[in-house]
Design a binder for this molecule. Structure first.
Ligand code: SF4
Length: 173
């Protein structure tokens, strides 16, 4: 039997936008997963981990996951069916990681998100809008939040931007 055997889901709208059609799913789980968090951390990319809370947060696709001792929160949910599917997947994943913990080196590292201004310094700063945003500053912010990728700025693939692109990749973007 897995670490988590049952869960229930509640959907809520963001406090800043009560009219929103995008929800946050709060998945209440029937087990304390505190000890599993370092193992999950070792298996996901760019996770922010605060062991003293504890909380583990990372973004995957269009969703942000936040794991706490008895809750998994998932952002950017459009309907209950999607919440149920994602909740089932993440619960199965946590259980699988916990089952395989003897094979996994736990990680207490936390990803340090690059600062928007440090990213901006390495962008072309022409505000050409080809990334779909009005300014390079907006794109830097979007990169910092994992909402877009470096490939969305065509200018960065030019020969004159090779060094900047390498530096941006070294930041983990
Ligand atoms: S495509 Fe690149 S250069 Fe153009 S606005 Fe976006 S980030 Fe700036």
């Amino acid at each position: 039997m897995g670490l988590i055997t049952d869960f229930s889901i509640e959907l809520s709208t963001p406090e800043c936008d009560l009219e929103s059609a995008i929800y946050r799913a709060s998945v209440s789980i029937d087990a304390d997963i505190s000890e599993a968090l370092p193992y999950v951390n070792a298996t996901v990319e760019k996770a922010e981990f605060i062991p003293s809370v504890p909380v583990l947060v990372w973004t995957e696709g269009s969703h942000k996951y936040a794991l706490r001792p008895r809750e998994v929160a998932i952002s950017n949910i459009t309907e209950m069916k999607e919440a149920q599917q994602l909740a089932s997947q993440i619960v199965a994943r946590i259980n699988s990681i916990w089952d395989r913990k003897s094979e996994i080196e736990p990680s207490y590292e936390s990803y340090e998100r690059p600062k928007v201004l440090d990213i901006l310094k390495l962008l072309p700063r022409t505000n050409c809008r080809e990334c779909g945003l009005a300014t390079c500053m907006a794109f830097a912010d979007s990169l910092a939040k994992d909402k877009q990728s470096l490939e969305d700025c065509p200018a960065l693939s030019g020969a004159e931007c090779v060094q900047q692109l390498d530096a941006l990749r070294e930041m983990g973007l």
